[in-house]
Ligand binder design. Structure first.
Ligand code: SAM
Ligand code: DTB
Ligand code: SF4
Length: 329
């Protein structure tokens, strides 16, 4: 028998319908998003992912938001791949602090075979600690995705970043289609997909609607949808961009929740510059995941004590390890 919750799941969203959601009065949009959220999730529960940059800087790509591109002078010193013990020690601390997922990021256009082997070894180690694993390493070929799956990779993060139309204003060194090809390789390998974008790069509301429509019309919705607010890093071309209206940011979260009801919608980069009230509005709009830990990849994130206190003040709690625990691969 089909339930109202089943009827929430659609893969045929049209751009004009999604734009109409963005145009709703704020209170109606939040009310609808809350309704969908409560049909699919416990509204008090937040999933926590901790990020670690395992290979920082020196990236050949030209993403105009990114401090790790070699083309921009951001003062970041390129570093070699981090050693295994250091990664595992950081993962252990993340688990002790309450994270359930550990995401390893590398500033690569795409990994070479030996780099995939090295990350596969890290994935196996992190998974054996009882954490969900995620990696973000740039473009992947199908056999590389399979290698990472065999090592026990649960999620792969690869963002579309923005709408197909605005994309060329943001990145020129890889195409939107190449991003979709990587997402397909990941999905085909049986790895869960983490895919979202960035708000505040000068895009229009129609671009935001178009970006979310691409995600919501994939054959399977991404299991995680990170919504980042641009972190403006001096030296990057997008430094100095006009700030996005906080309510417009909350609307983006609400629309993501409405059209991808079963996905973990992550309030991602940019939280360090948000006040507690804005974050609470994002949770009310349906965000139920955060990056947790004092650092994102290269920029600051709120301190763990602050996040713990915020959740306590809101009567919310972190998802616990038992809910995500899986047998070792
Ligand atoms: N190099 C890999 C790639 O681009 O696929 C993985 C790491 S990359 C830093 C991961 C994602 O972080 C980007 O796709 C982008 O969405 C996000 N990101 C990077 N810099 C950001 C910034 N300054 N503000 C917000 N999000 C950012
Ligand atoms: C995602 O969507 N956001 C994260 C993660 N996936 C890899 C990265 C945010 C990076 C913010 C800038 C920095 O710290 O370098
Ligand atoms: Fe490189 Fe990823 Fe940064 Fe783009 S977002 S410059 S691919 S590290």
């Amino acid at each position: 028998m089909s339930t109202p919750a089943d009827a929430d799941i659609r893969h045929d969203w049209q751009r004009h319908e999604v734009e109409a959601l963005f145009a709703l009065p704020f209170h109606d949009l939040i009310y609808r998003a809350q309704g969908v959220h409560r049909r699919h999730f416990d509204p008090a529960e937040i999933q926590a992912s901790t990020l670690l940059s395992i290979k920082t800087g020196g990236c050949p790509e030209d993403c105009k938001y990114c401090p790790q591109s070699i083309r921009y002078h951001t003062g970041l010193e390129p570093e070699a791949l981090m050693d295994r013990e250091q990664v595992l020690a950081t993962a252990r601390r993340a688990k002790e602090a309450g994270a359930t997922r550990f995401c390893m990021g590398a500033a690569w256009r795409n990994p070479k075979e030996r780099q995939v082997d090295a990350v596969a070894d890290l994935v196996a180690g992190v998974r054996s600690l009882g954490l969900e694993t995620c990696a973000t390493l740039g473009m992947l070929k199908p056999h590389q995705a399979e290698r990472l799956r065999d090592a026990g990779l649960d999620y792969y993060n690869h963002n579309i970043d923005t709408s197909p139309e605005y994309y060329d204003e943001v990145v020129t060194t890889r195409s939107f289609q190449e991003r979709l090809d990587t997402l397909e390789a990941v999905r085909e390998a049986g790895i869960k997909v983490c895919c979202g974008g960035i708000i505040g790069m000068g895009e229009t509301v129609a671009d935001r609607a178009a970006m979310l429509t691409v995600l919501a019309t994939l054959a399977v919705h991404p299991e995680s949808v990170p919504i980042n607010r641009l972190v403006q890093v001096p030296g990057t071309p997008f430094h100095g961009m006009e700030q996005v209206d906080p309510f417009e940011f909350v609307r983006t979260i609400a629309v993501a929740r409405l059209i991808m009801p079963r996905s973990w919608v992550r309030l991602s980069a940019g939280r360090d510059e948000m006040n507690d009230e804005l974050q609470a509005l994002c949770f009310l709009a349906g965000a139920n995941s955060i990056f947790y830990g004092d650092q994102l990849l290269t920029t600051d994130n709120p301190e763990v004590q602050h996040d713990q206190a915020l959740l306590a003040r809101l009567g919310m709690r972190f998802q616990n390890h038992e809910e995500t625990a899986q047998a070792p691969a």
